[in-house]
Design a protein around this ligand. Structure first.
Ligand code: NOJ
Length: 535
C-alpha cells in the first residue's frame, strides 16, 4: 500500500534517517557494485523498517577515488549507480513508500575530473579558470616547496598541495584528486545554489552538506599554527553568509539541511543552527563518546544545552561510513571514537559490543530530536577486517598505510544468507570482499529471529513512530544509581540504561515497552541493557 510521507513541515525535528551508502547497499544489475536499482528493489525493506527518510551518499558522476566524494558532475548520476531518470524514479517511489530523500552535496571540493578543474589546468597560471580553485606558486628558490603547511584532513602526515606541470600548486584538504574550490569566488556560490535547485526540483526533501565547516579559507593562505584563531580553514565566519543564502534556496522548496560539522566548541557548532542557517547538524560529540555513564550523560546534557538557544533539534548518531562500526567500537577497551588513534588489529569482544549497541540503540532513539541509522547498523554488522591488498580508501593510503581506513564499515550488505554473496548481488564478487561468516548477519535470517538486532530496531522504530514521547521535545533526568542513565519524555515515556556492573531496579511503571536484553530473574535491569517504560 502506498503511504506518502506525512505532510508535517517539522518532520525533520523528530525523524529517523537511514543512511544509504549506495555502493554497498544492494547490487541491482549484478556487477558487484550497489546501485539505484538495488535501492529501488529494497524500498519495501526500508519502509518496513520504519524509518522516515533516506540519506544517500553521493551518487553523481565520479572516478570514485573517495567513494563518490570526488564529484565530476553534479547533474549526472554515475553510470555505476544509474541515471538521473532513475534517481527521479527512486525519489518518487521512496515518496510512495512514505520515505523522504536526502542527498549529499560536497561543496568543499570537486573531482580533478570535473570540467572546471580540467579547464583550470589547461588554462594555466593567472587564468580566470584557476581562480575557481586555490592555485599558488610554490615556495623555495624554484617554487619546489608547497605554498603553506596545512595538514591534510586524511592524515596529519600527508600534504595538502600538489604541483602541476607548469609549476603551480593547488590546494586539496583531502586527496590530490579532490581540489578545493575557492568559495570567495561568486561563480562557486552561484553554481552550488543552482545544484541545490536542480535536486530540489527533482523532489529531494533535504541535503546533507559534506565537510560543511571547511569551505572558507583565509585568502592569504598563511601557515597553520595550532590554536590560532581564526583558523585559516576551519569554521571561518564567512561560512555563515554562504549558508544563509543556501537556506533561502531551501526555503523555496521546504528543503532541510544537515551539516557535517565536526567542531569541538559547542557554541561555535550551534552558530550553524541559527534559524536562518542549517536546520540540523550531525552530533559527532555523541558519536565519539565512550560507553561510559558520566561521559554519555554529559554529552547528552551539553548537546541539549547547546541546541536550545538556537531552537534547533539535536541529532543522535552512533556511526556512519567514516567511523568504526558501533558493535566493534563498543566491544573494545577504548569505546570512544577518534580518527587519530585508529589502528589495525584493535581487539574487540563482539558479544559485549553487540549488547552495548542494542542498549545504545534504545538510548539514542529515545533522546529528543532526530536520529540517524547507518545501513547495516540495524543488522548489528561489525567492522570487517579487509585484506590489505583489497583496501580502497584514500584515508588508508594517505596515512602511508598505518590507518586502516574506512573500508571495514563499508562492506556490501548481507541480505539473504543462502544466496551467493549473501544476496548483495548474485553475479559478480562485491567491490569489497565480504568476510567469512557475513551471511550469518543476513537480513532474512534476522527477520525470522525475535532476538536479533533487526527485530530490535524494527520493534523500536514501530514504537517510536506510533507511541507518545519520542522525537523533539523536553527531557527530564530521573534520579538514578551510579552508572545508570534514566530520563522521562513527556507525557509518560521513560528510558533507563544501566552501564553499572550491578543490576538496577526499574522505576515504577505501568508497562514495559521494550528491553534491549533480558531482565534478571528478579526483574532488574542488568549491565549494558536499556528499557523503555510507560510510567
Ligand atoms: C566527509 C565524508 O563523509 C567522507 O567520506 C569524505 O571522505 C570527506 N568528507 C571528503 O569529502
Amino acid at each position: 500500500m502506498a503511504v506518502t510521507p506525512a505532510p508535517d513541515a517539522d518532520w525533520w525535528r523528530s525523524a529517523v534517517i537511514y543512511q544509504v551508502y549506495v555502493r554497498s547497499f544492494a547490487d541491482g544489475d549484478g556487477d558487484g557494485t550497489g546501485d539505484l536499482a538495488g535501492v529501488r528493489a529494497r524500498l519495501p525493506y526500508l519502509a518496513g523498517l520504519g524509518v522516515d527518510a533516506l540519506w544517500f551518499t553521493p551518487w553523481y558522476l565520479s572516478p570514485l577515488v573517495d567513494g563518490g566524494y570526488d564529484v565530476a558532475d553534479y547533474r549526472t548520476v554515475d553510470p555505476a549507480f544509474g541515471t538521473v531518470a532513475e534517481a527521479e524514479k527512486l525519489i518518487a517511489e521512496a515518496t510512495e513508500h512514505g520515505l523522504r530523500t536526502i542527498i549529499d552535496i560536497v561543496p568543499n571540493h570537486v573531482s580533478d575530473q570535473h570540467a572546471w578543474f580540467r579547464a583550470a589546468l589547461a588554462a594555466g597560471p593567472g587564468s580566470p579558470e584557476r581562480e575557481l580553485f586555490h592555485f599558488r606558486p610554490g615556495r623555495g628558490p624554484h617554487g619546489e616547496l608547497p605554498p603553506n603547511d596545512w595538514p591534510s584532513q586524511f592524515s596529519p602526515t600527508a600534504s595538502t598541495w600538489t604541483r602541476v606541470p607548469d609549476g603551480e600548486w593547488y590546494l586539496h584538504l583531502f586527496a590530490p584528486e579532490q581540489p578545493d574550490l575557492n568559495w570567495a569566488h561568486p561563480a562557486v556560490r552561484r553554481e552550488h545554489e543552482d545544484v541545490l535547485r536542480y535536486w530540489f526540483e527533482r523532489g529531494v526533501a533535504g541535503v546533507r552538506i559534506d565537510s560543511a565547516a571547511l569551505l572558507a579559507k583565509d585568502p592569504a593562505l598563511p601557515d597553520f599554527t595550532e590554536g590560532v584563531d581564526p583558523h585559516p580553514f576551519v569554521d571561518r565566519d564567512e561560512l555563515h553568509d554562504i549558508y544563509r543564502s543556501w537556506r533561502a534556496v531551501a526555503d523555496e522548496y521546504d528543503g532541510v539541511f544537515v551539516g557535517e560539522v565536526w567542531l569541538p566548541d559547542p557554541e561555535r557548532f550551534a552558530r550553524y543552527l541559527r534559524p536562518d542557517e542549517l536546520h540540523t547538524a550531525f552530533n559527532f560529540a555523541f558519536l565519539s563518546c565512550p560507553w561510559e555513564p558520566a561521559a554519555l550523560r554529559a554529552s547528552i546534557a551539553s548537546t541539549l544545552a547547546e541546541h536550545a538557544p538556537v531552537g534547533a533539534p539535536a541529532t543522535w548518531v552512533l556511526c556512519n561510513h567514516d567511523v568504526t562500526r558501533t558493535v566493534t567500537r563498543y566491544g573494545r577497551e577504548d569505546t570512544g571514537f577518534d580518527f587519530a588513534t585508529k589502528e589495525f588489529g584493535t581487539p574487540s569482544d563482539p558479544a559485549l559490543g553487540t549488547r552495548r549497541a542494542r542498549a545504545a540503540a534504545l538510548l539514542s532513539l529515545a533522546l529528543p530530536g532526530a536520529a540517524y541509522l547507518y545501513q547495516g547498523e540495524e543488522l548489528g554488522l561489525p567492522e570487517a577486517d579487509v585484506p590489505r591488498d583489497r583496501l580502497q580508501d584514500p584515508m588508508h593510503f594517505r596515512s602511508g598505510g598505518t590507518d586502516p581506513g574506512r573500508d571495514g564499515c563499508r562492506i556490501p550488505l548481507p541480505w539473504t544468507a543462502a544466496e551467493p554473496y549473501a544476496g548483495f548481488g548474485s553475479h559478480a564478487e562485491p567491490w569489497l570482499p565480504q568476510p567469512a561468516g557475513w551471511a550469518a548477519h543476513a537480513a532474512d535470517v534476522q527477520a525470522a529471529d525475535p532476538a536479533s538486532m533487526l527485530t530490535l530496531y524494527h520493534t523500536a522504530l514501530r514504537l517510536r513512530r506510533t507511541g507518545a514521547g519520542f522525537g523533539d521535545g523536553p527531557l527530564t533526568w530521573l534520579p538514578a544509581a551510579d552508572g545508570v542513565l534514566a530520563f522521562v519524555r513527556e507525557p509518560d515515556l521513560a528510558c533507563v540504561v544501566n552501564l553499572a556492573a550491578e543490576p538496577c531496579e526499574l522505576p515504577s511503571h505501568t508497562r514495559l515497552l521494550l528491553a534491549s536484553g533480558p531482565l534478571d530473574d528478579r526483574g532488574r535491569l542488568p549491565q549494558d541493557t536499556a528499557v523503555w517504560l510507560r510510567v
